[in-house]
Design a protein around this ligand. Structure first.
Ligand code: 5RP
Length: 232
């Protein structure tokens, strides 16, 4: 998670997202410090329609705020998901997964009519890749999968350190029981090509490139919140 972004901007983006929420909307709840502001505001507003959390952490927070929790099996079609991002560009392409929830985040976003991303302006980039790309892999054959990820990147002219994510000296394990490789490729000029190469590697469960999922980005800066994409 990006702790360096000013908290008041995260709050401003989350507050802007609240203006898109209507009574009865079935919602996907994102993960991370920005999404946590949205969950907080949603709870305070007393939203009483089903909400599907994208992580155990968000599930715990939403329950604490009295939101009505559901699973995607209960509600396979959601009206709106609101989530944060680690990076985004003007084509509404994202890097996500800094908090390790990318798999559920992508499943929930794909089940939603609309995905609104809330972020501060520091996360807006010309070219994705300054933030290391999280790639979630199965524990079985992790070393072999990593070699395939390296080879796929190399073929696209991408280099850079690939680091298995750790948490207090042990491998970081996702909610789904998988590992994460943080891939510091630097600029990714062709995110679509990289996404399809990664999708083709058997041990890759999911990757943090979110392409064609976000419909709106609410980008909070010191002078207000910019709306990228669909405005209403
Ligand atoms: C979690 C995510 C988060 O949305 C992303 O890491 C942004 O987090 P934050 O709002 O704390 O900066 O993708 O997997």
């Amino acid at each position: 998670m990006n702790q360096s972004s000013p908290d008041h901007l995260k709050r401003a983006a989350a507050a802007a997202a609240m203006t898109f929420v209507r009574p009865g909307m079935k919602l996907g709840l994102g993960t991370g410090s920005t999404a946590a502001h949205f969950v907080d505001l949603l709870g305070a507003a007393g939203h009483d329609a089903p909400c599907v959390p994208t992580s155990e952490a968000t599930r715990v927070q939403a329950a604490r705020f009295g939101l009505k929790l559901a699973t995607l099996d209960d509600c396979p079609n959601l009206d709106l998901t609101v989530d944060g991002a680690d990076e985004f560009d003007d084509a509404l392409r994202l890097i996500k997964g800094g908090g390790g929830a990318l798999l559920r985040e992508k499943i929930v976003a794909a089940a939603s009519e609309r995905m609104i991303v809330i972020a501060d302006a520091g996360k807006r980039v010309k070219t994705l890749g300054a933030f290391p790309l999280p790639v979630e892999i199965d524990r079985f054959g992790a070393r072999a999968t990593r070699l395939h990820v390296e080879a796929a990147a190399r073929e696209l002219g991408l280099q850079g350190e690939i680091t298995p994510r750790e948490k207090v000296g042990a491998p970081f394990i996702t909610d789904g029981g998988h590992l994460i490789l943080d891939c510091a490729f630097g600029a990714i000029p062709e995110p679509e090509a990289l996404a399809s190469r990664l999708n083709a590697i058997p041990g890759v469960v999911e990757h943090g490139l979110f392409i064609g999922l976000a419909t709106t980005i609410l980008c909070a800066g010191e002078n207000g919140v910019d709306v990228l994409g669909k405005a209403a």
